[in-house]
Design a protein around this ligand. Structure first.
Ligand code: SF4
Ligand code: SF4
Length: 452
């Protein structure tokens, strides 16, 4: 079996354990599946992230451990020759939203989100990639033609007839609005390449979503970091990049749909652009939790060498960086109280997976008199494109209705903070209210808006 991801970190997993039950085929990938100890923690409903598909369906087959059983059967040859193109594995993995709840919360850190990427890559190799998955994964490329994509999406969102056509031919739910690109993409302020050598230098990575949909989030982050005393450089493609005009992307949209080679291509572009910053030890700050988790975790399975390891240690979520620098007393952020009223905070699953909620709490406490409350919720259910897919639109909303949307409805006047782009879209769809990224909140709380 040719594997698409690098599973060598599991090389010694289960060795000497008579009960590990490592499947007969699949090499180190099989060991990653076999780390499950069948204690059924993922089939309970305590607070936490794991496992939203089980919580929404009450079906053990839709839990992390339930999926492990089917994967083991496939790797033991019990599901026939082309099991990875078959219906049983598809049914087992279809509703996994890749939230990484199991990697963080289950006793043996089963990484079902990464296992699903390998499954999808295997399935793609056997059955090909559907038009919908190609369109969604290619979003960073297509958004290079920003104005054109904006017109198409706005047209589709305003025409029930077009939305229905999109559902029939592409499988994109007509019930759902698509996120609309902003009037113009993010424009990076001028910078000097010398700046990265400054000991207060920081590189701002503007992901596809901040770049094309909510550039104000990147602008706010730039402003806050500058006001905090940092010399901010927005990451740009390297001069010898094959597509120097196209914005950089971590490859998340490709990776989450099992298109591993395309994800590697995007990751290499980022590596090339980041080479000077990696060599200088300059911190890299990003805004979108799923993109940063990709760089910190999933990219380590792409076989991209030492630079990927260095990057994983040098990249921070915006709130992690602010909290870290505040702890080190390097921050000069002068904040004023915001207008009174409670703010409810919804954490993206990947923020929780990297343990960034603690940092977010510290950052929010830096705003004088700020009244906030964390919502105890699992995945919002949007999970990238999952909630937009016709066959998943309803279950996606059921996931949101478990905890998140009821908590928001119970506080109709509260402001909402959500750092995930998909979470903000799901909240807009579910309760018709806008949520904000923490960078915007901090920007509004700045006493003085000094440039770098
Ligand atoms: S919680 Fe983790 S180890 Fe326990 S059964 Fe579920 S997947 Fe397996
Ligand atoms: S990644 Fe999330 S949805 Fe998938 S099995 Fe793990 S906890 Fe469940």
């Amino acid at each position: 079996m040719k594997l698409h991801l690098d599973w060598s970190s599991y090389e010694t997993a289960g060795q000497g354990d008579a009960y590990a039950g490592i499947p007969a085929t699949g090499g180190d990938f099989a060991k990653a599946v076999a780390v499950c100890i069948s204690d059924k923690q993922c089939q309970r409903k305590p607070k936490g992230v794991m496992c939203p598909s089980f919580r929404a369906t009450d079906d053990v087959a839709q839990s992390s451990g339930g999926r492990v059983q089917v994967l083991k059967a496939a790797l033991n040859g019990e599901l026939g020759e082309n099991a990875f193109a078959g219906l049983q594995l598809a049914a087992a993995l279809e509703l996994c939203v890749g939230c990484k709840g199991c990697k963080r919360e289950c006793a043996n850190q089963v990484d079902m989100a990464a296992i699903k990427i390998e499954y999808q890559a295997q399935r793609n190799a056997l059955s090909g990639v559907s038009l919908r998955e190609r369109l969604i994964a290619d979003l960073p490329q297509r958004l290079h033609h920003h104005a054109f994509m904006r017109s198409i999406i706005r047209w589709r969102n305003r025409s029930p007839w077009l939305a229905k056509l999109g559902e029939t031919f592409l499988g994109i739910s007509a019930k759902r609005k698509l996120p609309e690109p902003s009037a113009a993409p993010y424009v990076a302020p001028a910078f000097s390449t010398e700046a990265i050598k400054d000991d207060r230098a920081v590189i701002l990575f503007v992901d596809t979503f901040s770049n094309h949909f909510e550039p104000e989030v990147a602008q706010a982050a730039h402003q806050v970091l500058s006001a905090a005393g940092y010399c901010v450089t927005t990451l740009q493609p390297a001069v010898d990049d094959n597509e120097p005009e196209r914005a950089l992307c971590c490859g998340r949209t490709y990776l989450s749909l099992g298109q591993v080679e395309q994800a590697k291509r995007e990751a290499r572009r980022m590596q090339l652009a980041l080479r000077p910053a990696l060599a200088a030890g300059t911190p890299i700050v990003g805004l979108e939790p799923s993109c940063i988790l990709s760089l910190r975790d999933d990219h380590l399975k792409l076989g991209l060498g030492e630079e990927a390891v260095a990057l994983s240690k040098q990249v921070y979520l915006f709130e992690e960086f602010i909290a870290r620098e505040n702890d080190r007393k390097r921050l000069t952020l002068d904040l004023k109280p915001l207008p009174p009223g409670k703010t409810l905070v919804h954490g993206h699953c990947h923020q929780k997976a990297v343990g960034a909620m603690k940092s977010l709490r510290k950052v929010l406490r830096m705003i004088p008199e700020f009244d906030f409350e964390f919502i105890e919720a699992s995945c919002c259910g949007m999970a990238g494109s999952f909630g937009l897919e016709a066959e998943h639109a309803d279950i996606s909303m059921q996931m949101a209705e478990l905890d998140l949307l009821p908590a928001l409805r119970a506080a109709p006047d509260a402001a909402i903070l959500a750092n995930g782009f998909s979470c903000r879209h799901q909240i807009r769809e579910g309760v018709e209210r806008n949520a904000q990224h923490v960078a915007l909140l901090l920007r509004d709380a700045l006493k003085e808006k000094t440039p770098c």
